[in-house]
Design a binder for this molecule. Sequence first.
Ligand code: SAM
Ligand code: SF4
Length: 481
Amino acid sequence: MSKYLEELDLEASAPLEEPMRQRYFMAKCGEIIRKKEMALGRKLTFYDQTFGCQMNFKDSEKLNGILEEIGYVKAESENADFVYYNTCTVRENANVRVYGRLGTLKNYKKHNPEMVIAMCGCMMQEAEEEEKVRKDFRFVDIVFGTHNIFKLAELLYQYLTSKERVFDVWEKTDQIIEDLPSDRKIRFKAGVNIMFGCNNFCTYCIVPYVRGRERSRKPEDIVAEVEKLAAEGVVEIMLLGQNVNSYGKNLEKPVSFARLLRQVEQVEGIERIRFMTSHPKDLSDELIEVMAASKKICRHIHLPVQSGSSTLLKKMNRRYTKESYLELVDKIRKAMPDISITTDIIVGFPGETEEDLLDTIDVVRKARYDSAFTFLYSKRSGTPAAKMPDQVPDQVAHERFDRLLKVVNEVARSQNSRLAGRTEPVLAEEVNERDPSLITGRLANNNVVHFKADPSVIGTIVPVVLEEAKGFYYLGRIADA
Ligand code: SAM
Ligand code: SF4
């Protein structure tokens, strides 16, 4: 039997059930990698380049976990034996950046015949991008999408045994594969997926097309993961979903997001719970009640408004109005006066007028955001907004963007100084990059504070006096015992 047929035979004997099937391929890839290590007299390395949102970073942790299980060790640069790009396509410039960087990998590959290059993530879910990689980037060996990241070991095995390029992009899935390895970057903080995909179809957004329909994980699987993380020393978790407020609706036994939070709160060792993202249309009174009563759920809510104009919100298919959004903000602030609210705003959506921008500026002032991610509208082909008339000229959009940013910064400055003089619990996160005598940490409301302390406090929650408000951060000192 030829080597290739032998390998195909092996593939046929792989378990069909997940995650056993992937465990099997991890072991098989491991055998191949160990042989290569012996021949080369060194460890094989991997490197990831991740673009985009928290979902992508979370996916990369899973991919890195699989690669480590196989036997690869993390490299410091792209000059590695396995390099993958986990791509984003929410805005057009993300795509341009990816192709710009990809070229450098070709040179590394020339000098390292062992090098395997993979591309995955949202961009690869778009047929024309997949085709572009197939035709114009022939040095890319493995391509997969957002729905089958769990399959990395199997795809790698297929490539290593056939040496033929592997393209495996799924249009959709209803599978959620639990119990695969994951490699976390920070030992005391972790993201936890509670759901995948999105059903909202905001007219500018490509996410539902590249991440598929909403699928929630079972609460017992989520709680089990949180318990495991707590046992590993994690004190802060971030529950992740495109619209956490619609969590649990499609489960066999539906569970609300607020009820999930109550269960997660019971996990001993977890001291802080964050979540993102909350769609304003689905934020319930039950959630506000649970947050207000909780000692662990952080006083921060990311509540993307996108626009302050009810006319544009309708065209965006956001399903709330300027008035109902502001009412919601009031309700949240009444229940939790010290909460910090942050947002996302798009400038230059088709048909946007000067009045629409003024409405957005009005909402920024009234909602008193602690910070806002402001984006220039980017036309994504396949979305309804791409075909809308009255696309806003670049120059006009840029000018409006600058005006909006000024107001956002002015409001954020004043919001970020309101806690000055108070003593607040702070999660010490890292040594300050500019001044190594300082530790940088975060308050429960996500504001940043720098304070003098020994690096041994990193990963713990310490009381810090917020001595001085500097606009976008505080300077503080550890409170006397
Ligand atoms: N699911 C979240 C929500 O609804 O708020 C956000 C997901 S999206 C990855 C993050 C942000 O990207 C959005 O809130 C929106 O402001 C921005 N965004 C999405 N599509 C965009 C587009 N075509 N142009 C500019 N910004 C966009
Ligand atoms: Fe995109 Fe809207 Fe879904 Fe957020 S809720 S991911 S903006 S479609």
